[in-house]
Design a protein around this ligand. Structure first.
Ligand SMILES: Cc1ncc(COP(=O)(O)O)c(C=O)c1O
Length: 415
């Protein structure tokens, strides 16, 4: 079995035991070298046409990591007022933020307008609300290209079964509402869902969106959304990474056709989230108990479903490496179910997985935890959310979020 953390020198020589002793267990650890290399990959996706990558910050909204994305020249999309506020704090100017909300209040829209942030409306109702707030202004609309894709039905965001976006048959009414408020629609966007390794659905959605673009006047930008996949089975099954090179060629060919069909060259955009930070983050936790039930071996750790929600929420797979006495072990493979410390039977990180022998006080290292990891963490069971640290380019360790304290936990209830 491969070891991702050894191959990449993930901890830059730091002993994971020392990291946990210093910063607490569990712990999110990011590697800046991998972060920057992924961000550069995304930024340079299309070179033939004017192109921008918007990092979709919901995947990981750590302030220090957002600052790195800014330094690397990416723009961002935001889903809420809180995300806009954080991006401004990270130093993004409003023209580098694209607000793509769903079902938001008048106050949130007003906040975006007051801050000069380009906003995309994803229903006729929301467009009407926006029109009342900012008549005569520029805006964008989120369209449903009729094709969805994703790792789980809960993250498919286009097609027939979704709450998102405006469909083809609603365009006439949408234009009437835009006219009523003298709104100038300068951009269109879509997002078909999260995590595809096969680019075909994305590419057919690109074609569909281009067809929809013809219904509009000359657009400033067309944004095709995110979703680029990450190989979550890279250690267990040697899964290959998303093939950006062949994707890029096919994507560029569609853009050639788009430019020809539209008769002008808009700014093209995509808005990936997961790919930027997923493989650049791992989650370390400690095994506190090993036990058996009906012949099944359980390794009980401090990584509860509140710390990493994806396995419980989507049944997602994360490869796990086991660290014994400070080094990765592959000894004595056996079936083990790795669980957390939360009061739910669904609190399972890996069910009946073939893993090296695990004993109490071993460390488990959950891979691909940098996206939708901390971002979805909670204090369920009154547990503290962990610290996040960054292994910097010079091999140092920087705390980029401190661990919760019990004061943090209770603050809002001290009323
Ligand atoms: C509107 C929008 N854009 C972009 C993304 C990023 O998707 P991913 O992290 O799969 O690249 C999402 C994720 O849900 C989204 O909702």
């Amino acid at each position: 079995m491969r070891s991702y953390i050894e191959e990449t020198g993930f901890f830059a020589g730091h002993d994971p035991r020392d990291l946990l002793k210093t910063y607490g267990s569990p712990l999110y650890v990011y590697n800046e070298k991998i972060v920057r290399s992924n961000l550069r990959r995304l930024k340079g996706l299309i070179t033939k046409y004017p192109y921008r990558t918007n990092y979709s910050m919901k995947a990981n909204s750590n302030l220090a990591l957002l600052r790195i994305a800014r330094e690397e020249g990416l723009n961002c999309d935001a889903m809420s007022e809180g995300e806009i506020r954080l991006l401004l704090k990270a130093g993004f100017t409003p023209d580098r933020i694209f607000f793509v909300p769903n079902n938001v209040s008048e106050e949130e829209l007003k906040f975006a307008v007051a801050n000069g942030v380009m906003t995309s409306l994803d229903s006729i109702d929301q467009l009407e609300r926006y029109g009342r707030i900012a008549p005569g202004s520029k805006c964008a609309v989120r369209l449903n290209p009729g094709v969805g894709a994703g790792h789980h039905k809960k993250v498919v965001t286009a097609g027939k079964n979704t709450k998102f976006a405006i469909t083809d048959d609603q365009l006439d009414e949408m234009f009437r509402v835009a006219d009523r408020y003298d709104l100038k629609i300068v951009g269109i966007n879509q997002h078909i869902g999260s995590l595809f390794m096969d680019p075909e659905p994305f590419l057919s959605a690109v074609s569909n969106l281009i067809q929809m673009a013809k219904r509009f006047g000359k657009l400033d930008f067309i944004d095709f959304g995110g979703g680029y996949g990450v190989p979550y089975h890279k250690v267990s099954e040697d899964e290959k990474p998303f093939d950006f090179d062949s994707f890029e060629k096919k994507f560029e060919k569609l853009l050639d056709e788009a430019v020809e069909e539209l008769g002008y060259v808009p700014l093209f955009k995509t808005e990936p989230g997961r790919f930027a930070f997923c493989e650049a983050g791992v989650l370390l936790g400690t095994v506190h108990a090993v036990k058996y039930n009906a012949g099944k071996k359980y390794a009980g750790t401090d990584i509860g479903m509140n710390i990493l929600t994806r396995p419980t929420l989507y049944g997602s797979w994360h490869d796990i490496e086991v660290i014994h006495d400070g080094t990765v072990t592959t000894d004595d493979p056996q079936q083990i179910t790795v669980t957390g410390n939360i009061c739910e039977s669904g609190d399972i990180i890996a069910d009946s997985r073939t893993l090296p022998k695990i004993v109490t006080d071993d460390i488990v290292c959950v891979l691909d935890a940098g996206a939708y990891g901390y971002a979805m963490a909670s204090n369920y069971n009154q547990r503290l959310r962990p610290a996040e640290v960054l292994i910097t380019l010079d091999g140092g360790v920087k705390v980029i979020r401190r661990r919760d304290t019990y004061e943090d936990l209770f603050r809002n209830m001290d009323v």
